[in-house]
Design a binder for this molecule. Sequence first.
Ligand code: UDP
Length: 241
Amino acid sequence: MSTPKYKRVVLKLSGEALAGDIGYGIDSNVITSFAKQIKEIVELGVEVAVVVGGGNIWRGISGSDRGIDRATADYMGMLATVMNSLALQDALEHMNVPTRVQTSIEMRQVAEPYIRRKAIRHLEKGRVVIFAAGNGNPFFSTDTTAALRAAEIEADVILMAKNNVDGVYTADPSKDENATKYETLTYLEILNKGLRVMDSTASSLCMDNHIPLIVFNISEKGNIRRVVLGEHIGTVVRGSN
Ligand code: UDP
């Protein structure tokens, strides 16, 4: 079986995942292994857009807890996502995967500005498009960015990569041995149960635009390929059951 189930996907990589076991910054082994997994699905003919987080470097909320104005702290977070995006681009291009980074905050010397139609064109040409700098606005997250960009580029699914967790659980599996995994969920359940899959703005956006989401463990090699080929791993979130 090597016919992909999805033609166009948005892969959401959290900053935390890029830090690997170091817990901060970018672990080059981790980024190389993610790039390899992305290459595998590009080779299947899947169009891949990636939204990269920045939590491994800076999170707006923690900055504002330390007295920095929230909007300023959020802009710092968006700049952190640009660093991660460039690192991922570099890893992909070392593997001869053509990529473009598009940023929501203009920095033309570094990357293209985000232009929806251009992003779609790149995808059609088989280039991996990495969306950096969130959606360009403070008070949002890169989860919201994944939802927004997925709606804009008409992606078939959002693949939410988690580090060492293979889906959504009733409780934190590392703290509660009775925690069980959800095979499927709806966005309303996420919102009503307060499950920490993605923030509520992102969940609502996905729900309103009928974008399915798959939460899966990226630490297991080959998992992006498995998800894309339609294997049921992780937790699948839809608008309704
Ligand atoms: N951010 C923002 N607007 C956006 C996307 C991100 O203000 O559209 C800021 C926000 O401060 C956030 C930080 O960038 O904390 C890093 O992004 P995020 O926390 O989503 O990264 P992740 O949790 O995926 O590593």
